[in-house]
Write a protein that binds this ligand. Sequence first.
Ligand code: PGA
Length: 251
Amino acid sequence: MRQRLVVGNWKMHGSLSGNTGLLSSVCLTAAGLSKAAVAVCVPFPYLSQAQTALRGTRLFLGAQNVSQYPNGAFTGEVSAAMLGDFGCRYVIVGHSERRQFFGEDDRVVALKTKTVLTAGMLPIVCVGELLAERESGVTEAVVGRQLAAVFDEVGAADMKNVVLAYEPVWAIGTGKTATPEQAQAVHAWLRAELAKRGGPAVAGIPVLYGGSVKAANAAELFSMPDVDGGLIGGASLVSAEFEAICMAADD
Ligand code: PGA
């Protein structure tokens, strides 16, 4: 059976003083799980704080973005090697908010994925369709195009170190979750694509669901055969909610 994974995406939230309590309670949650793995992807300035808080615990650390360049005159950018210095295991790439608000296209997302892999970390590659795309019946074409760009850059062999996250854009931060059946349908399609292009090892990578996952719907979503856990935004900032989601993944 594939391991379940729950990843908190704090987005642009947090404060030095507020993070302390949240990090320690999520560490406790992670310690209490027997099967599922848990990670938190914090804003860059808090990586050092989180690295210290997570040392010796079962909670993994991640970042939310990375430069596609290894180093150089790129003001404001953060390289994969820098994230590695702070003990990151995961890096989210291609989140729809990066695609929508910061102009990241499939090519940039593919380059960032490659950079993370080269630095020895695990990219969490996000794919997902807009509401208009779902309504016009092109969901598979859209996520297929997003996935193909990553395959083309990374190569089939290295895809086994990728975590894929299906996040329908219309479900992110809207309170409108995909039904378990809607999620399963896309996850199954993605897994078939992974198998077709990468063989059995790549077909077995974790495929997470993201988009308004909360304590109340997590168990149902995670009961789907091709949903291996979740990428959690808003609910990852509330320790009791996040704990319940992690417990649902561990069940
Ligand atoms: P949400 O965000 O859980 O707040 O909908 C998910 C995400 O953007 O990864």
